[in-house]
Design a binder for this molecule. Sequence first.
Ligand SMILES: NC(=O)c1ccc[n+]([C@@H]2O[C@H](COP(=O)([O-])OP(=O)(O)OC[C@H]3O[C@@H](n4cnc5c(N)ncnc54)[C@H](O)[C@@H]3O)[C@@H](O)[C@H]2O)c1
Length: 301
Amino acid sequence: MFKVGIIGLGHVGRAIAFNLINKELVDELAIYDINKEILIANKLDLEQGGALNNNITKINIADFAILNECDILINTASSKILSPDRLTELKENKKIVKEIFKNFKNYKGIIINVSNPCDIISKLILDETNIDKKRIFSSGTLLDTIRFKMTLANHYNISPKYVFALVVGEHGESQVLCYDEVKIKNDTLITYLKKNNLNFDKKIIDQEVIKSGANIFYAKGTTEYGIAGVVSFIIKQIKEDTNAILPLSAPYIIDGKLIYISHLVKINKLGIEDVLMNLSLDEEESFKSSALKLSKLLYLN
Ligand SMILES: NC(=O)c1ccc[n+]([C@@H]2O[C@H](COP(=O)([O-])OP(=O)(O)OC[C@H]3O[C@@H](n4cnc5c(N)ncnc54)[C@H](O)[C@@H]3O)[C@@H](O)[C@H]2O)c1
């Protein structure tokens, strides 16, 4: 039995739940939210959503004991989001995760944090639970990587399947778009542009990627499907023990201090493991400055 728990059944939690049910990835989905009315309504709605698939996934309303038995826990609990600036969520979400994760001191599975600011919240979960740091991480810049890939594909009118892109660093304003690592149909970005006589405006692409979440938020008050696709993909890698290499927010030491920041890691059923990241000097410098920003935010708050 493969059991996944979702903490927080708001926009993001339920989009992830629906995605997992449709992909038939999970035998049992344990759902938990502080708002019991929302929880019961979502259980019924999700069950109806899976009915024509013969409800392959069993949905349970969970307490902490049930959540502790899950193979994977996804945290999406948050206070009401008032601004697309993820850092404004820190004060309230810090209290929420402390309250929740004091109940997971002996948890044996893998925790994927989604709640923002996700790099900092992941470290707070680690501190609260004190479980092996290989088993706590966040989706981090995997979503930004998808946004970078899609933006390049749309700009150059090419299928995203031909575009390799990578974003590392903070899941926020200091994220690093690794232009030097981009490959389009096996060409570097510069070669591809030259070959096809195309223009390139870094500022426009930067803004489109970095502000993507905020633009979606301003228009519809939430972002949900992108992150749901990303989290389901991560769960598939764990379940199938693929050893995929992905940019995820994982432990990293800067100036002797442990922080969470997105860099390349290998992921499998045991959790995450660092792999060598070969960035250009400029990218490496930007990554370090993003890490220093996160370290200040974490240790001065
Ligand atoms: N990492 C990413 O890439 C990414 C992408 C999108 C959203 N997010 C973040 O995900 C979080 C959730 O976003 P949303 O749109 O679903 O918000 P939302 O307000 O719709 O849902 C949050 C849910 O958390 C619940 N909750 C609050 N306190 C709780 C507690 N103590 N225990 C259990 N449940 C509790 C609320 O009742 C609510 O249902 C936010 O922090 C948001 O910024 C992250």
